[in-house]
Design a protein. Sequence first.
Length: 178
Amino acid sequence: MRFGKIRTPYYRIVVTDSRKARNGLSIEEIGRYVPGQEPSIIQVNSERALYWLGVGAQPTEAVAALLKVTGDWQKFKGLPGTEGTLKFAPEKPKKIVAYEAAVKAAASEPAEGATTLKKKAQEKLAAKSAPAVVSEPETVAEVAEVPAEVVETEAAVETVVDVVETPAETPAEETPAE
């Protein structure tokens, strides 16, 4: 029986009456064949295949070729080479092993400077790592220009308050004449 999409078929090896359609009613499913992989997947229930061959079932040419690859045809006929020529795919590595290797590789990478940051991102990083330095303002006008976010420590706040409370001295040139 053929199944699958247009260019990706897979087949079930079935025992059926020769008068039935290819994908019609079957008596028993004894295996499967997936030709789209390398090597192809061929799975046959040897015990049931030998039973049906023993009671007179005639395999099609394609099924006979598959039975020769698995070695079931040689067993039935009593020929040498009962081990067949079936190739097996190498075992895939487990996902947990690949995951652990990726975590180990990520942990060994350098934390700083592993990637290049854009200019704005570098500036933000530099601003976060360097603490803000507040210089003492000399005039009331400079005190008004200092934003509240910059004044972070209590000492800096006290300095700003002291400067505001002291009256601004007027220069000698602007002193009114008496």
